[in-house]
Write a new protein. Structure first.
Length: 65
């Protein structure tokens, strides 16, 4: 079931990526619900995702804390 949550999280983040503030808020919610190994997967996904959207780079600080 955790894979479902991880996939859902990515889906939500992709949909709100037009707004950096909203993206950061959703990312904070995701951090609270994902398991540690899923957080590592999310970090990797996020690094690849923000290559195309540099305005979201500020949100990396949330994941790296």
């Amino acid at each position: 079931m955790t894979k479902v949550m991880f996939d859902y999280t990515k889906s939500v983040l992709e949909r709100v990526s037009f707004d950096a503030t909203l993206f950061c808020k959703e990312l904070e919610k995701a951090i609270k619900s994902l398991l540690p190994y899923e957080m590592e997967l999310l970090r990797e996904w996020l690094l690849n995702f923000i290559i195309e959207k540099p305005e979201l780079k500020q949100c990396l600080l949330i994941v790296n804390d």
